[in-house]
Write a protein that binds this ligand. Sequence first.
Ligand code: CXF
Ligand code: ZN
Length: 364
Amino acid sequence: MKAAVLRAYNEPLSIEEVSVSKPKGREVLVRTAASGVCHSDLHVIDGLLPMGVPTILGHEPAGIVEQVGPDVTEFKPGDHVIGCPSAFCSHCEFCMGGRGYLCSEQAELARRKDEEPRLAAEDGAYIRQFSNLSSFAEQMLIHANGLVKIRDDMPLDGAALIGCGVTTGLGAAINTAQVAPGDTVSVIGCGGVGLSIIQGCRIAGASRIIAVDTVPWKLELATKLGATDTVNGKDVDAVEAVQEMTSGGVDYGFEAIGVKQTVEQAYGMVKRGGAAVIVGVVPAGTMIEFPGLDLVISQKRVLGSIMGSNRFRIDMPRYVEFYMSGRLKLDEMISERFKLDQINDAIQKLRDGKVARGVINFEL
Ligand code: CXF
Ligand code: ZN
């Protein structure tokens, strides 16, 4: 099969012929239909999330099951599925406590070093699977615990987005923050994740959703997807603007970029008793500062949010229903579709802020 391989950090991906093993145990072979391109893929290329090379990136996929291993009971060939980075071992304290997104034993879901690798180059050399998925490839061999079945009439390129960015954003609002009807929120960063936070807050019934970005077309798109107000951080002090608009701050200040300055701004936008919710992946080594006295006397909270605190086998089919009933907009979030061999173009456009979400569509 054809796949895009990252051979060295800071290098373009190379399109290569790669071999994929047969499903054993609880593994499932999936024909990739579509894969979103996420900022975390960029972070790996840039060496900010050093996961090891050579590897096949891509962790936001949807596809169709081709073959299942002998111990798989919940999937069969022909099923439409979404793959999620939050694969669960199902027996660690986090999985047992209903917080599979924090699973501490995910390593068990990969093949052992002494087994034939799931992915290999033409000469047989080992290729690392990223996030148990590796979706920049025509086929994926995934542990069943990283997959969820969805209805057959859901378009698979929209479904792919649910695999990471949409779940991260909707879940930050609905699961991590638990935004309630009438709450006020601000969202810094209106890329794929920020736009999904905005949609999650709209679905949860937030009364005021203030979108903050520096790119005018992203703010326009944010308005289409549910923002009630916009702030261009290039023109004004975003913290002052949000404080003024809300007479003292919002209930939830979301951050969806992962930069020290904007994380601290999100905290500054929150009112007494409110919470800053940090969703952007902050690079390793970055320290965040908050005024300690204000944290205590205003009883503010700072919440990290990973993968939307998901229970993806419950959440993702619900998000599919939100899409099918018109409440979750996905087509509007797909700025451009690319073939697999245009992947470096898709990556460059994400890097340059030219797309909300780019999708590799294997059916093009
Ligand atoms: C990532 C976090 C790092 C591993 C892959 C998934 N989450 C969202 O992009
Ligand atoms: Zn991602």
